[in-house]
Design a protein around this ligand. Structure first.
Ligand SMILES: Nc1nc2c(c(=O)[nH]1)N[C@H]1C(S)=C(S)[C@@H](COP(=O)(O)O)O[C@H]1N2
Ligand SMILES: [Mo]
Length: 253
């Protein structure tokens, strides 16, 4: 009996996946890179539906200042704390040093498939045209919070570096080793920013200092804190993404 249920469920999932596949036939841009992994069948449905049915750069709702709520800090709250289980053995000590120097030595590099690799200090980023947005952060664990985020559109950094035609993904490497990636559509989305401010103040350590990503089109865990490097690539990656920890790669909302 048990086997039958599993078989039916599996058939259903496979069926859904192939119906999705049919729907998206010839439209490889609508396939999430995790396609083919049964456990990730949900990625296909949300990713495919979003990429097919919604206009390319639909904006996430923005709120008024009076809607701002308190926001907890979760996941890594200090990548420079050697007593934390999240302390990364090579990146942790680097972060610790950068933090002690007030992040004056910190640089964000833009690398990979770009014509002009670049490296920005916090001050460099703060001199570029900024965008502020009051948005709702929705965590997969069931809470949400509204805050104002200020930073540089990732698009601006990518375009000034000159993205190659082959570029498909943008990787974010973080000081706690929790790396991730988004596709070009989300990377170039006007609300995807490299944020250095929250509610008009510099980003505190627990919210991702000195800068974090804000990816307003997806669940909170895609808004990676403690950015170190941004790498443009033609293939899915990098190592140590949420997929390896059991989360969906695409978490559209
Ligand atoms: N580098 C890194 N980024 C991260 C996390 C993390 O542990 N490490 N946690 C994620 C999760 S699950 C959420 S909900 C948000 C939390 O951001 P906050 O702590 O500023 O509220 O950050 C996301 N980005
Ligand atoms: Mo989260």
């Amino acid at each position: 009996m048990k086997t039958k249920v599993i078989t039916t469920r599996r058939a259903l999932i496979t069926g859904m996946a192939s119906a999705g596949g049919l729907l998206l036939a010839g439209c490889s841009q609508s396939m999430p890179p995790t396609y083919g992994n049964l456990l990730r069948a949900g990625d296909l449905l949300t990713y495919g539906a979003r990429r097919l049915l919604l206009p390319e750069h639909i904006l996430a709702k923005e709120y008024a200042r009076s809607d701002i709520t308190s926001i907890p800090a979760v996941g890594t709250t200090d990548p420079g704390d050697p007593s934390s289980s999240r302390f990364h053995k090579t990146l942790g000590p680097v972060y610790q040093q950068l933090r002690e120097g007030g992040f004056a030595q910190w640089r964000l590099s833009i690398e990979g498939l770009v014509a002009r690799p670049a490296s920005y200090s916090l001050e460099d980023l703060q001199r570029l045209p900024a965008r502020s947005q009051i948005t709702k952060h929705t965590c997969e664990e069931g809470w949400s919070a509204i805050a104002e985020w200020t930073g540089v559109p990732l698009r601006l950094l990518l375009e000034s570096a000159g993205i190659s035609d082959q570029a498909r993904f943008v990787y974010s490497y973080c000081f706690d080793g929790r790396h991730d990636s988004i596709d070009m559509l989300d990377a170039l989305h006007p609300q995807t920013i490299v944020a250095y401010g929250i509610n008009g103040r510099p980003l505190p350590i627990w919210h991702g200092a000195p800068v974090r990503l804000r990816v307003e089109t997806q669940l909170g865990y895609k808004s990676r804190k403690y950015l170190q490097r941004i790498v443009v690539s033609d293939r899915y990656g990098p190592e140590s993404t949420p997929v390896e920890r059991g989360y969906a790669w695409y978490a559209g909302i």
